[in-house]
Design a protein around this ligand. Structure first.
Ligand SMILES: Cc1cc2nc3c(=O)[nH]c(=O)nc-3n(C[C@H](O)[C@H](O)[C@H](O)COP(=O)(O)OP(=O)(O)OC[C@H]3O[C@@H](n4cnc5c(N)ncnc54)[C@H](O)[C@@H]3O)c2cc1C
Length: 505
């Protein structure tokens, strides 16, 4: 149902992205009444402008590359991708930017949707602007508010770069006509994935990154492999380079197509392109939510504890009523980890504020409140994995999948670690997958306790190798026990056996 007047609920969630939806679902499971406020589409960035459309754009190129690695099939796929059906399939994955099915799901879960932009007017109370004329309704939460407002792209202040003209990931993932040329500013996940997708679709792509390698948050060998493969695909990768100025005096390209922008680069060169995609990171969406009305500074990153409760100041006391999850919490910016945080916060709210056994039954469990109060790390009321067990996949070719700490991060954290590495092409299952399979696997292992604290796989379909590594990291499984997890023959997972042998088993 849609709320129509000033109302009070037990819990209000602000932001109906994937993360807010999960938090709302869990918070309502003890019978608490839950409202969720959304100013745009229910489902948020991931469903319409991020994970789903970007992966829909990337999948056809991956399938084509896989087919080309297998004689007998390779001969049948000599051409390039057809952009039109690729974009049409992408459109179906975004439900043509309609959120009806997600709204139906909210209804089936008993969550009240309030359409509009929420802004705190005081603790537990907010005004919601419900229509463009500024009509407002007031929502009050009896117990808790869960903030799940996501993040917004960072646009660098480059002279001449008109923020209204450049593409962000939104325009790139919802593209209707593939531009003949595209400059991508940035060297992170969005930059390399979009460089791959647009090259597949037929754009001439240039990546301009100021770092000395791509994917600086990953193991160096991962960024190096992606840079090499992008170059092989025909992408012009310019590392250690910054855009210093932009102008609109670009002449047409040699094929006669129009260019909109001339980028002036720090190495003195210029780049004329039809489109510019800025992929220089995102910041938590904490402004414009009225945090200043609840004693918090919107310019300062939120501090949250492992229950995802917002703290009055870092290391300080909890607010007692405000929680933050997903991108806005500033801990990890992926959908899966945000949803994990949403499940944790929802369960904490349900346990802390839901009915006790004396007050009524609750599916969280009869002693949920006591269990939550006594909860320690790795209980389902604490988002412990955020600290060193976060999985991530980059859907480039090769794919990069990783979990936990890089070797450098482990050493910076004071751990005594060593790395073991294996060439995945030497695994029987990998060579069956593709004649030209190339890839590398690496574990980061503590020298004293012999635990896996980090893993990185670079190669075709490396994404599917990741969850085994995540279980090893989260479960703190010693190498000696992992030895008994026998990988099936002939799969790429046999790389685990080889890695353990490299580790001395
Ligand atoms: C191009 C791209 C590709 C990505 N690919 C992946 C991927 O493959 N896998 C992955 O795990 N992650 C991926 N991510 C990251 C992922 O999209 C985000 O981590 C995820 O969307 C965060 O979810 P969220 O619910 O916290 O925020 P969002 O999805 O941004 O949802 C926040 C919602 O809050 C609403 N909102 C904001 N302020 C208010 C307000 N004041 N009142 C009412 N409503 C409000 C917004 O309209 C929005 O719907 C990708 C990101 C990008 C940019």
């Amino acid at each position: 149902m849609n709320a129509t007047s000033d109302q009070t609920f037990d819990v209000v969630v602000i932001g109906a992205g994937a993360v807010g939806e999960n938090a709302a679902d869990r918070a309502g499971r003890t019978g608490l009444s839950v409202a969720i406020v959304e100013e745009a589409l229910v489902g948020g960035e991931c469903s319409y402008w991020a994970c789903m459309p970007s992966k829909a754009l990337l999948r056809p190129g991956a399938v084509l590359a896989a087919a080309r690695g297998v004689p007998g099939v390779a001969e049948m796929v000599a051409g390039t991708l057809e952009p039109e059906p690729v974009l049409a399939r992408r459109d179906s994955f975004t439900s043509h930017w309609h959120d009806d099915s997600q709204v139906s799901w909210l209804e089936s879960a008993g969550i009240t949707l309030v359409r509009g932009r929420a802004r705190f007017t005081g603790p537990r109370t907010m005004s919601v602007t419900t229509d463009p004329d500024g009509a407002c309704t007031t929502l009050t939460a009896r117990h808790a508010v869960i903030l799940a407002t996501g993040s917004t792209p960072v646009i660098p202040s480059v002279p001449g770069l008109d923020a209204s003209e450049v593409w962000t990931s939104r325009e790139a993932t919802s593209v209707a006509a593939v531009p003949p040329s595209l400059a991508i500013i940035g060297g992170g996940v969005v930059a390399v994935e979009m460089a791959t997708a647009f090259t597949d679709l037929g754009s001439r792509v240039t990546v301009v990154a100021r770092g000395d390698r791509l994917l600086t948050g990953a193991e160096p060998f991962a960024g190096e492999a992606v840079a090499a493969s992008l170059t092989d695909l025909g992408v012009d990768v310019r590392l250690g380079t910054e855009v210093t100025r932009a102008s609109d005096d670009a002449p047409p390209a040699s094929d006669g197509s129009a260019n909109t922008t001339r980028l002036h680069l720090s190495d003195g060169s210029t780049l004329d392109v039809a489109r510019v995609l800025v992929a220089t990171g995102r910041r938590p969406a904490t402004t414009g939510v009225g945090l200043d009305h609840v004693g918090l500074d919107p310019r300062v990153p939120l501090a949250v504890d492992d229950a995802m409760e917002v703290l009055v100041e870092p290391g300080g006391a909890g607010t007692g009523w405000l929680f933050a999850v997903g991108d806005v919490a500033g801990r990890v910016a992926t959908t899966h980890q945000g949803k994990y945080e949403g499940r944790v916060a929802g369960d904490v709210v349900a346990a802390r504020f839901g009915p006790t056994p004396a007050e009524g039954p609750g599916p969280v469990g009869t002693d949920a409140r006591a269990r939550e109060q006594a909860a320690g790390p790795w209980s389902r009321f604490r988002a412990t994995a955020d600290h060193g067990a976060v999985p991530q996949v980059v859907f480039t070719r090769p794919e990069v999948s990783s979990v936990g700490l890089t070797a450098q991060q482990a050493r910076d954290a004071g751990l005594d670690v060593r790395t073991v590495r294996y060439d995945m092409a030497s695994v029987a299952g990998a060579s069956l997958l593709s004649d030209d399979y190339a890839g590398t696997a690496q574990l980061v292992v503590t020298t004293d306790t012999r635990l896996v604290v980090g893993a990185t796989f670079v190669g075709p379909e490396a994404a599917e190798l990741l969850h085994a590594a995540t279980i090893a990291v989260v479960g703190e499984v010693p190498l000696e026990r992992l030895w008994h997890a026998v990988p099936a023959y002939p799969t790429v997972s046999e790389v685990w056996l080889r890695l353990l042998e490299e580790a001395g088993l």
